[in-house]
Design a protein around this ligand. Sequence first.
Ligand SMILES: Cc1cc2nc3c(=O)[nH]c(=O)nc-3n(C[C@H](O)[C@H](O)[C@H](O)COP(=O)(O)OP(=O)(O)OC[C@H]3O[C@@H](n4cnc5c(N)ncnc54)[C@H](O)[C@@H]3O)c2cc1C
Length: 272
Amino acid sequence: MHNSTGRHLGMIDFTVPQETRLIIDSINRFIREEIVAHEDEVERLGYVPKELTQELGRKSREIGLYALGMPEECGGGGLSTVDYCLCEEEFGKAKDALIRRSFGTSIPLSLINCTGELREKYLLPTVRGEMIVAFGMTEPNAGSDAAGISTSARRDGDDYILNGTKHFISDADVADAFIVTAVTDREKGAKGITAFIFDRDTPGFTVGRVQPMMGLRGINATEIVLDNVRLHKRQILGGEGEGLFQALSAINRVRLAQVGGRSVGMAKKRLT
Ligand SMILES: Cc1cc2nc3c(=O)[nH]c(=O)nc-3n(C[C@H](O)[C@H](O)[C@H](O)COP(=O)(O)OP(=O)(O)OC[C@H]3O[C@@H](n4cnc5c(N)ncnc54)[C@H](O)[C@@H]3O)c2cc1C
């Protein structure tokens, strides 16, 4: 194959490996046997009941379908980006709220930046399905322009004091812990943004109102408010100033798989 300038293009092999085929078939079967029957109930309730969350997660973990997109070294499926896109195509054929709870698709990829005690406390339990972590970057005045956030983190000895409001934060209503981005050095621009992780019951932190969405019934996006939230420097993911880079690297994969792959699956479902 050649491009318009006559240059030879290397061929990409898009054959789906047998192992991936088996995973896709298992997801397909799980959706048919375990998920579809609950879709109407979740649509009516507007949330996934806790017992159902636990049951679906347990069943999917038993057959190795939980956290497929997370790296193997932290207990995830370690799938390549292409393989994960194929799984997401399958996920697009069922209700997202139930897909999240069944397969851990909403685990923030930024969690891979947890090391030491943060890895034990947040990353590993989340990949095991024992914990839900929400990811807060967007603010009322900073969406696409993620570097334009106002939330600040002021250094105070070994601590940082965080202040600001985020919105559209998925799963904030049910999350056990949160990752948020905040400005630690405004003069450094994109390199002055840092990611912090903390527990839901941290003083000064509150989950605000649910923001109604047009679709996606069963998942709630809400505001979150940080009012003089004091966090130790150990609660930084990676290093100071790495927050935006971490978030955008994670979002690249989300865009490909959870937006691209899943949209193909949704379209296919409507056409069959
Ligand atoms: C269902 C849902 C769940 C979400 N969950 C989360 C979450 O868990 N955590 C989180 O942090 N965020 C979350 N978000 C927020 C999401 O990341 C933002 O909606 C997104 O970044 C876009 O920001 P915005 O909504 O402010 O739109 P805007 O940035 O205001 O964009 C509005 C429109 O303007 C266009 N536009 C923007 N800037 C430019 C430009 N410079 N040039 C040309 N066009 C431009 C955009 O393409 C878009 O069409 C969620 C959003 C939704 C809808």
